[in-house]
Design a protein. Structure first.
Length: 209
């Protein structure tokens, strides 16, 4: 009788350990963006130049740890070099393709463990095995932590409206609706002091300023 009781306890412990191993799957691990090589100009030439890279599914997994294509977004990496004495204003609204705020993209690719948590909770209530509630708790904590890390990393990597100081470089991502992405796009940089705009595009990667 004691043997059967011990055997049942071992089986229950094994079940709980298995569930714990299956839980806590939520994670976020992504590599920093690399700086894209921009064509070098003559040192005495006042120019602004840029390079871009359209992230494929493999890139998204490597640099964002999420398949953002599946959620309807196309990330594009930009590196912009301001090789001039001007302060130039970069704005997402200057693109001829729609740019999505990074906060919206991040929220859409958050890890959700609601389904598994509900399953564990229901199983715990039905079987009266309180240990089954543990995987639900572990999943929830892991999911919150992963989403917090994701939000921070996406925010750091995203391009925002900003000033590009003289002789400096900015590097980051913009997000475009996947169905509205166009490989031929353009954007403008503005010198508000002189009321001038400089247009860059996938055809024209550099302009004198």
């Amino acid at each position: 009788m004691n043997f059967k009781k011990t055997s049942s306890q071992v089986e229950l412990l094994g079940l709980c350990l298995s569930l714990l191993l299956l839980s806590g799957c939520a994670h976020y691990k992504a590599k920093p963006l690399r700086k894209l090589p921009v064509t070098t100009r003559e040192s005495n030439e006042q120019t602004v130049s840029f390079e871009y890279h359209v992230l494929n599914r493999s890139d998204c997994k490597q640099y964002l740890d999420r398949n953002v294509h599946k959620k309807g977004y196309q990330p594009i990496q930009l590196t912009i070099e301001n090789n001039s004495s001007r302060s130039l204003h970069f704005s997402l609204s200057s693109f001829d393709i729609p740019c999505i705020e990074v906060d919206e993209v991040a929220s859409k690719v958050h890890t959700s463990t609601v389904g598994r948590a509900v399953g564990y909770t229901v199983a715990g209530l039905v079987t009266c095995i309180w240990l089954l509630f543990i995987p639900a708790i572990v999943d929830g904590i892991g999911s919150d932590k992963a989403n917090e890390q994701l939000d921070i990393d996406f925010s750091r990597k995203a391009m925002r409206n900003q000033v590009i100081a003289p002789n400096s470089t900015i590097n980051g991502l913009i997000f475009v609706p996947y169905e509205r992405f166009d490989e031929d796009f353009s954007f403008s940089l503005a010198d508000h002091e002189k009321s001038e705009h400089f247009k860059l595009s996938t055809v024209k990667h550099s302009v004198k300023v």
